[in-house]
Design a protein around this ligand. Structure first.
Ligand SMILES: [Zn+2]
Length: 185
């Protein structure tokens, strides 16, 4: 977790993000900045579907795409839409600690039995379902994944400002993810 940069004052926000929608997100959520009135969306937020997270942001401030693990690989049309039609020029990709999309294989039995008992699936169908989709949705490690996903999105949308963030469910705060100077940026 030493790659997480705490944001406890405006000066902690790197200049590249300060006075951008990403910086404003950090100010709203972490620094109790007064909620501005927004007439249109300024930011696209990608975040996990996990129930333990709530963002303190103004109404109308952001489009939000929620997926398992903040994985936007299968949401590209919606990202493109938020940029082209929605007019946003900044994306905050927010991973979080204790994400359920890490080490999915450890929950295979729970997944299969949950579908059988809870949803009325046949066991074989549930197993095939898991085997087919788990590799697509597994994220490996929360921090590494958010960095690699940001890297991918920057290549795909080169004029858009894209920031890797983490939400710690332990304290409900947002952190910037440090991008190493050695390349993984
Ligand atoms: Zn998650």
């Amino acid at each position: 977790m030493n790659r997480l940069v705490p944001i406890t004052s405006k000066e902690d926000i790197p200049l590249e993000y300060r006075e951008t929608p990403v910086g404003h997100l950090l100010e709203y959520h972490n620094l109790e900045r007064d909620l501005d009135s927004c007439t249109s969306a300024e930011l696209l937020i990608g975040m996990c579907m996990d129930n333990r997270k709530h963002l303190h942001i103004p109404e109308n401030f952001a489009f939000i795409i929620r997926t398992g693990g903040a994985n936007l690989r299968y949401s590209e049309f919606k990202v493109s839409y938020a940029i082209s039609v929605g007019g946003i020029r900044s994306i905050a990709l927010i991973g979080h600690t204790q994400c359920g999309m890490v080490n999915l294989i450890a929950r295979k039995d729970q997944f299969v039995q949950g579908l059988v008992k809870g949803a009325g699936w046949q066991e074989q169908s549930a197993e095939e379902h898991f085997s087919h989709y788990a590799p697509m949705f597994e994220i490996g490690n929360e921090i590494d994944f958010v960095l690699s996903e940001v890297k991918r999105l920057r290549l795909r949308y080169p004029k858009i400002l894209i920031a890797p963030l983490m939400y710690r469910v332990e304290d409900n705060r947002l952190y910037l993810v440090q991008e190493s100077a050695g390349g993984a940026g």
